[in-house]
Design a protein around this ligand. Structure first.
Ligand code: SF4
Ligand code: SF4
Length: 251
């Protein structure tokens, strides 16, 4: 029997779902191997079902989303957070802990209570997440590898090294030595150091390496290199605002 799969999206740009649709060469084979019950970006045909794997994109920002996420969790054997919004709350979380929800609402809509909304939170704030596929958006190849493991019933191997490792493998010079604020030392590898390989400093779009990152030490290094803490904080918060140590960084 084919594994039952659902692909869902909450608050985000839908870029991760698009990356799945963009698997041009592999998409037909992939879809043929699955019993795809729900993928509203690809088809309006949605079946209510249990799922062997639920892939979920986006952050949770409303009570209705929280309820829907909890329903998905109840029906799914494995729940996989895809993309930075689902993993960390996304760019929309960058003001969490700095501006209150009401202030943000007033700023955008002119009133503090247009809707009931939450601060943008990752899926793990509300339900158990079995695996995280990082990225903004996710890497196609990484998704395929992870999907293959998950559909066999195994959890994929998580990347536990920073972008710096991939810089070394590609024999890139270190951008920090050129005076650029590169977040590679704190950021989950897996993108093959795409940006530094083009001379562009990493902005941390794959999120912070959980349990491995040394945020305080990195801050010290950045400060010693002459970067203003305000600027460093804004950069760190862009993709990982809900990471506990980053929430604590004051500037
Ligand atoms: S993680 Fe990035 S690509 Fe994915 S939904 Fe959020 S903003 Fe879009
Ligand atoms: S180098 Fe950094 S910003 Fe660029 S793709 Fe990789 S993780 Fe994202």
């Amino acid at each position: 029997m084919k594994p039952k799969v659902g692909i869902f999206g909450f608050t985000g740009c839908a870029g991760d779902q698009l990356m799945i649709l963009n698997l041009e060469d592999e998409l037909l084979e992939l879809v043929g191997a699955l019993d795809l019950k729900s993928f509203t970006m690809a088809s309006s045909a949605v079946e209510d079902s249990e799922y062997d794997v639920a892939f979920v994109e986006g952050s949770i920002t409303t009570p209705k989303q929280k309820q829907k996420l909890e329903e998905i969790r109840k029906k799914a054997k494995l729940l996989v957070a895809i993309g930075d919004c689902a993993a960390w709350g996304g760019v929309q979380a960058s003001c969490n802990g700095i501006l209150k929800v009401e202030e943000k609402m007033r700023e955008v809509y002119g009133a503090p209570d247009v809707w009931e909304i939450y601060e943008s939170k990752p899926l793990s704030a509300y339900v158990k997440v079995d695996f995280v596929l990082p990225g903004c958006p996710i890497e196609k190849e990484e998704f395929l590898r992870a999907a293959a493991s998950l559909l066999r019933g195994d959890l994929p191997e998580a990347v536990d090294y920073p972008v710096c490792v991939e810089c070394k493998l590609r024999e890139n010079g270190c951008l920090m030595l050129e005076g650029k604020l590169c977040l590679g030392p704190l950021t989950v590898g897996g993108c093959k150091a795409r940006c530094p390989s083009l001379g562009v400093d990493c902005i941390g779009c794959r999120g912070v390496i959980e349990g491995e990152a040394r945020v305080k030490s990195a801050l010290q290094v950045f400060k010693e290199a002459g970067f203003k803490l305000d600027y460093v904080r804004a950069r760190l918060r862009m993709f990982a605002a809900n990471y506990p140590e980053i929430l604590e960084v004051k500037g």
